[in-house]
Design a protein around this ligand. Structure first.
Ligand code: ADP
Length: 286
C-alpha cells in the first residue's frame, strides 16, 4: 500500500447550477515517502483543486484519498490533524505573513498545533535554517525582509509544522533565477533531512527537470501523463500538444536526434553536458 494513494477523484464546482464546472476527473495516483513529485499543467487544468483535496480543504465528491492506508475523511473530526500532516504552501505565501516578527510568523502553525514553547522554538530555528534564513532576521518584522526572504519565511512557517507531505503551489513564481534555484535547493534539502513526500505544482518544466523524480501532467482536469521525469519528458510531442513547453535543452537534443545523431534524451543542462562528453569519448565527431 502506497503512503499516499489518490483514487478516482472527481470534483465539480457549482454542481447543478448554470456555472457547473468539472475541475478534476477521475484522478488516481500514488506517492511514497521521500518522493519529490512535480504536478504540471496549464492554468485551469485542475492542479489547485487537486492539491486542496490532499490536505482536506476540499472534500471529495467522489473518490478518496488514503494516507498510510486510511481515508483522510474516515473521521471528519480528525481533518484538522490531516492539515498538520499534509502542509500546503499557497502561491505567493509571503502575502500571508502578518505577525510582528519573523519568529512569531514561523511559530504560528506549530503554536496552533498546541506544542510546548520549547518545541516551538526549536522548530522555528530548525525551519529558518532549512530555508537559509539568517538567525538575526527572526527578530525583524517580516515586512522588512527582501522578496526572496519573505517567501522563505512563509515556507519555513509550514515546514515548522513538520508535515509528512509538503505541497508547494508554484513556489518559485515571481522570483529571479537565483531565488528560484535557492528555493528548489531548500526543498530538496528539506526532503533529504526529513524524508517528507513533496509535491510541487509548477508551470516550469525546466524547474521540475531539476528536482522532480516523478511527474504528473494535468490537462483539462484529467491526468494526461504520469511516470518518472525521464519517461514523461520523453513524450515531448504530447506535452507540446497540451500547450506545455519541454525544457529548451530537451528541444535541442530532440532536434539533433531527428538529424540522426545518436544522443540520449536529456532534460537538464548537466545531463546534456554528460551526454556530449560520452559522445566524444565514443570517438564520434561532434
Ligand atoms: P489550476 O490550478 O490548474 O489553474 P484550478 O483547479 O484552479 O486549476 O481550476 C480548474 C477549473 O475549475 C478551472 O476551469 C477553474 O475555472 C475552475 N474553478 C476553480 N476554482 C473554482 C471555484 N471556486 N468556483 C468555480 N470554478 C472554479
Amino acid at each position: 500500500m502506497a503512503f499516499l494513494s489518490v483514487e478516482n477523484l472527481t470534483y465539480t464546482y457549482g454542481q447543478n447550477t448554470p456555472f457547473e464546472k468539472t475541475a478534476i476527473k477521475d484522478i488516481s495516483f500514488s506517492a511514497e515517502k521521500g518522493e519529490i513529485i512535480g504536478l504540471i499543467g496549464h492554468t485551469g487544468s485542475g492542479k489547485s483543486t487537486l492539491v486542496q483535496h490532499l490536505n482536506g480543504l476540499i472534500k471529495p465528491q467522489s473518490g478518496q484519498i488514503l494516507l498510510d492506508g486510511t481515508d483522510i475523511w474516515a473521521d471528519e473530526k480528525k481533518i484538522r490533524e490531516i492539515r498538520f500532516r499534509v502542509g500546503l504552501v499557497f502561491q505567493y505565501p509571503e502575502y500571508q505573513l502578518f505577525e510582528e516578527t519573523v519568529e512569531k510568523d514561523i511559530a504560528f502553525g506549530p503554536t496552533n498545533m498546541g506544542l510546548s514553547p520549547e518545541e516551538i522554538k526549536a522548530r522555528v530555528y530548525a525551519a529558518a535554517q532549512s530555508v537559509g534564513l539568517r538567525e538575526e532576521l527572526l527578530a525583524q518584522s517580516p515586512f522588512d525582509l527582501s522578496g526572496g526572504e519573505k517567501r522563505r519565511a512563509a515556507i519555513a512557517g509550514v515546514m515548522a509544522m513538520q508535515p509528512e507531505i509538503l505541497i508547494f503551489d508554484e513556489p518559485t513564481a515571481g522570483l529571479d533565477p537565483a531565488g528560484r534555484d535557492q528555493i528548489l535547493e531548500n526543498i530538496v534539502k528539506y526532503r533529504d533531512a526529513t524524508g517528507a513526500t513533496i509535491l510541487i505544482v509548477s508551470h516550469s518544466m525546466e524547474d521540475m527537470a531539476k528536482v522532480a523524480e516523478k511527474i504528473l501532467v494535468m490537462n483539462h482536469g484529467s491526468l494526461a501523463l504520469s511516470g518518472t521525469t525521464e519517461s514523461v519528458y520523453a513524450q515531448a510531442d504530447a506535452l507540446v500538444g497540451m500547450g506545455l513547453n519541454v525544457p529548451q535543452i530537451t528541444k535541442v537534443f530532440l532536434a539533433l536526434r531527428r538529424f540522426g545523431i545518436d544522443l540520449p534524451l536529456v532534460y537538464t543542462v548537466d545531463g546534456a553536458f554528460d551526454a556530449i562528453l560520452s559522445f566524444r569519448k565514443g570517438g564520434a565527431p561532434v
